[in-house]
Design a protein around this ligand. Structure first.
Ligand code: M6R
Length: 614
């Protein structure tokens, strides 16, 4: 939520870089944006420009304004305290205008601080929690901005990533983090700060991940990290192998469509080096557990949010079927407040695209600190908070995912969960060698099967054009494809704003069938597998009540196809792989429906890509 950037450059004005970098962070929030640039030659050395709405509005406001400063900070907002408005847009300043800050996170004790400062005569110009940070830094400033930031953050409770500038230190941006991500980009003659790596890719692929409690002083020629007491901390610079183009649309009208179409490649990348050449085994490094450690696991708790939670639901099937182990799937936001029964033999797996989701991070921490679980993460961002905090990491290798609706990261998660289930099944002796070979072969062939599904995009578009004005949608599936019904429904509601529900098809008779009336669209996942017969019956029941059936079937199907109004055909694959194939037409259906409705596909209302607040 919210994206922040900072730049200390020795060559050229900062404003262009800041706006470009903000555009690359716009998926984090987009209700207002702003920049503050330090120009020591100007009478008022800090020039702040803010605008409501998307970054293009800020850009339009900046057009024609010459701001020559080479040091600055920027922000794109996802409102938490105070409605989207110019006053609440960041950057925020102290009343004298000496200090300007941008902030991502939530300051839980801001009211307390605000009241105290107000009692001392301070006046505030926004409703945000963030403004108090500028006030505190200004009060604590004594010629050393980094020291003032260190002193000020001691007073803050909650989560923050901050970037601050001071009018008397024209080459300096100071950053600090606690429970919100912040990366430092290392360039040749300029250095940078950003909430996330994709923002920096056009300028550098050398980054340093700031840890909780650290403060960084970024100057054009140097980067100095300290702990909160001011002791220098040696930061590790890592090279990112994502290219700037991966974070661009590459000719597609939307990131989401591009990311859907990348799935043959991203699935293949997720498999790279993980299948033995003879398909006899799965090789997974980085688990932080050897074969004995894996054998000692007695149960698994999967924690995640949103789409990643749906991946966990599929993962439960994989782990139960192939590793014969007890698995629970928890919403991370609920897990934090429950009394789960876990112990040192429980493996907790946090699943996350971003590796930054606050609830999932908190759940993983709790599993580790309170229950002594071994904690693994399946995540897409190397160097993210979860990847650094977990005992083991399985990277999904999907590349940067920018569209707010998760697509390629989801299929990457499914591949990794299946690989892990097979690996665990091998060491536990619960998966027959022939099954391993079938799955490995099936996985190898998956990219080609996904290509075939993508070629049906026009057929899916035609279905979307038929139903895009519907008020409600039902998605039904069974077994390993029930979570795909949930995920299909989530995709549709996120980007088209149509009310959609996913149900296990067998539950229809227990209530939801009452919703069906003439013309209500029902998407039935009825591909071949062990639940085919029963779901075919459910389709016929829905049809008999006037529902319009859109059926996902495998080639040669006649029973469900006969009862359906529209049929989408997907290739026949091993049943365990059907979720990875079946989700793709549902992603496309959501996409084309949103396009028909004219909604903002990549940045749907009220959402943000990375949810770093609980
Ligand atoms: O980065 P994460 O996978 O942890 O994010 C979890 C959810 O916020 C995310 O999947 C969300 O539901 C997406 N918008 C779904 O498309």
């Amino acid at each position: 939520m919210c994206g922040i950037v900072g730049c200390a450059s020795s060559n050229g004005p900062a404003s262009g870089m800041l706006v470009e970098a903000l555009k690359r962070l716009e998926y984090r929030g987009y209700d207002s944006a702003g920049v503050a640039i330090l120009d020591p030659d100007s009478a008022d050395p800090i020039h702040t420009v803010r605008e409501v709405g998307k970054i293009r509005n800020l850009e339009a406001k900046l057009a024609g304004v010459e701001i020559r400063g080479r040091t600055g900070i920027g922000h794109t907002r996802w409102a938490t305290h105070g409605r989207p408005s110019q006053e609440n847009a960041h950057p925020h300043r102290d009343p004298t205008g000496a200090v300007v800050v941008v902030h991502n996170g939530i300051i839980e004790n801001y009211l307390e601080i605000r009241r105290r400062l107000a009692d001392q005569g301070a006046e505030f110009s926004s409703e945000t929690d963030s403004e108090v940070i500028a006030h505190l830094i200004a009060r604590n400033y004594d010629g050393d901005l980094a020291a003032a930031v260190r002193t000020s953050v001691r007073e803050l409770a909650g989560a923050y990533a901050i970037a601050a500038i001071h009018k008397s230190e024209p080459d300096l941006v100071v950053g600090a983090r606690q429970d919100s991500p912040l990366v430092v980009g290392i360039g040749d003659t300029s250095n940078y700060l950003a909430s996330d790596v994709p923002a920096l890719l056009p300028w550098t692929n050398q980054v340093l991940y700031l840890e909780d409690g650290q403060v960084v002083a970024v100057r054009p020629e140097s980067v100095a990290v300290t702990d909160q007491d001011g002791n220098p901390v040696p930061g590790e610079v890592v090279e990112i192998n994502w290219s700037p183009e991966q974070a661009e649309k590459g000719g597609f009208p939307h990131f989401m469509l591009k990311e859907i179409h990348e799935q043959p490649t991203t699935v293949s990348d997720a498999l790279l080096g993980r299948l033995a050449v003879d398909d006899s085994e799965v090789v997974l490094d980085g688990l932080g557990l050897d074969a004995d450690g894996l054998r000692n696991i007695s149960r698994i708790a999967l924690v995640a949010c949103g789409t990643s939670w749906h991946a966990a639901q599929v993962g439960k099937f994989y782990l139960e079927q192939f590793a014969r182990i007890d698995v629970t799937v928890e919403y991370a936001s609920e897990f934090i407040y429950r009394d789960p029964v876990l112990d040192g033999n429980t493996l907790c797996i946090g699943i996350s695209q971003s590796g930054e989701t606050a609830d999932t991070r908190a759940a993983m921490r709790r599993a580790k600190d309170e229950f002594d679980c071994h904690v693994l993460t399946i995540c897409n961002v190397a160097g993210s908070s979860m990847a650094r905090e977990a005992d083991g990491v399985v990277l999904t290798h999907a590349g940067p995912e920018i569209g707010v609706a998760s697509t390629k990261a989801f299929t990457g998660q499914l591949v990794c969960l299946l690989l892990f289930a097979v690996r665990l099944g091998q060491v536990r002796g619960t998966i027959p060698a022939e099954t391993t070979r079938e799955l490995c072969r099936g996985l190898r062939g998956l990219p080609q099967e996904l290509e075939k599904v993508l070629r049906t995009s026009d057929a899916v578009k035609a279905v979307a054009e038929e139903y895009y004005e519907s008020r409600d949608f039902l998605y039904i599936g069974r077994g390993v494809n029930y979570p795909i019904a949930l995920e299909g429904a989530l995709k549709l509601k996120e980007i088209s704003y149509i009310h959609a529900e996913g149900y296990p098809a067998g539950e229809m008779k227990h209530g939801p069938i009452a919703l069906i009336d003439d013309g209500m669209p029902i998407l039935a996942i009825a591909t071949q597998g062990r639940t085919y017969g029963t779901i075919a019956g459910n389709v016929e029941e829905a049809r008999a009540r006037g529902g319009k059936i859109i059926a996902l079937v495998t080639p040669g199907d006649d029973r469900v196809a006969a009862a359906a109004d529209q049929v989408l055909v997907v290739p026949r694959v091993h049943e365990a792989l059907t979720p990875i194939v079946n989700i793709v037409p549902l992603q496309l259906l959501a996409y084309w429906t949103a396009v028909s409705r004219g909604t903002d596909v990549d940045q749907p209302r009220n959402l943000a890509k990375t949810v770093t607040v609980q």
